[in-house]
Write a protein that binds this ligand. Sequence first.
Ligand SMILES: Cc1cc2nc3c(=O)[nH]c(=O)nc-3n(C[C@H](O)[C@H](O)[C@H](O)COP(=O)(O)O)c2cc1C
Length: 326
Amino acid sequence: MKIGAYALPESNTAAVFVAPMAGITDRPFRRLARRYGAALAVSEMVSARPELRGSRKTLLRLDHAGEPGPVSVQIAGADPAMLAAAARFNVERGAQIIDINMGCPAKKVCNVSAGSALLADESLVARIVAAVVAAVDVPVTVKIRTGPSPERRNAVRIARIVEAAGAQMLAIHGRTRACMFEGEADYDTIAEVKARVAIPVIANGDIATPERAKAVLRRTGADGVMIGRAAQGRPWLFREITHYLATGERLAPPAPREMAAVLVEHLDGLYDLYGDEQGTRVARKHIGWTVRELPGGESLRSAVNGMTLAQAQRAAVNDYFERLAA
Ligand SMILES: Cc1cc2nc3c(=O)[nH]c(=O)nc-3n(C[C@H](O)[C@H](O)[C@H](O)COP(=O)(O)O)c2cc1C
């Protein structure tokens, strides 16, 4: 599969993406997901509003140092000219692909009618994509939901609009904006979209196992799958899925020592990017997700939640996995 000049790795003709998740898919997480086989890892969204460009949060999100390419940056906003300027700004800072967020139902985004709220205004969608495509020389991709509400599932029309405006790939979360995260993902609408556009279509929503990834690919005919929540605390999921798609075999989960090495590398990346105080705070959820189903995981989780020193948190995680391996 290609996005512009970038050929993405595939497993049995399908590409496996990690979904953009604000607060989670920062550079340390993206690096691990890529190493374990994710074909592309789009950054957490950055606002198109120029006054936010100097904020600490945006600056950290714009830091792509050492990140394997192609670097794809997601922008969020509702004003075509502002999004075009944001796209240019991010390309100047190393973005090699620009992704437009038309899928996020979060209040903060939708209050300014960005994210999935845009799906209700098809002419605005056309103007946004055309403006961003005209503003930069890199490929532009779009992430959508199936529509603003179950009564208005306009994903097929949106997909055709986005394609005509020059987007080179479309990722679809199989829920409407109104559905938030409730109910089952609707793969039939994704299948319909795939049948009606020529650009690559990536299916997203509720894919948590290799078997599900394969079933969704078969049902939708999509060119790839995108995994979000199921990869939290488990970046090796991309290895399990790509291996299964290529061979039909299930890989065993990683041994405690491998899990420990991955988690500690992830933590060190967080401490390095955010500093001790914020880094230990961000690390808590990742530690919690990793040990969620492991013996004694709950007591490690409560212990690290009180820690504000990187060294102490790293040592607690190492001790826990030493005991688990023994
Ligand atoms: C914590 C969290 C943050 C998210 N942030 C973004 C985001 O910044 N941009 C975006 O397009 N989607 C965002 N999403 C939506 C995911 O990319 C994805 O579409 C959704 O989680 C469904 O996939 P899943 O069932 O595999 O989790 C977010 C989801 C979660 C759970």
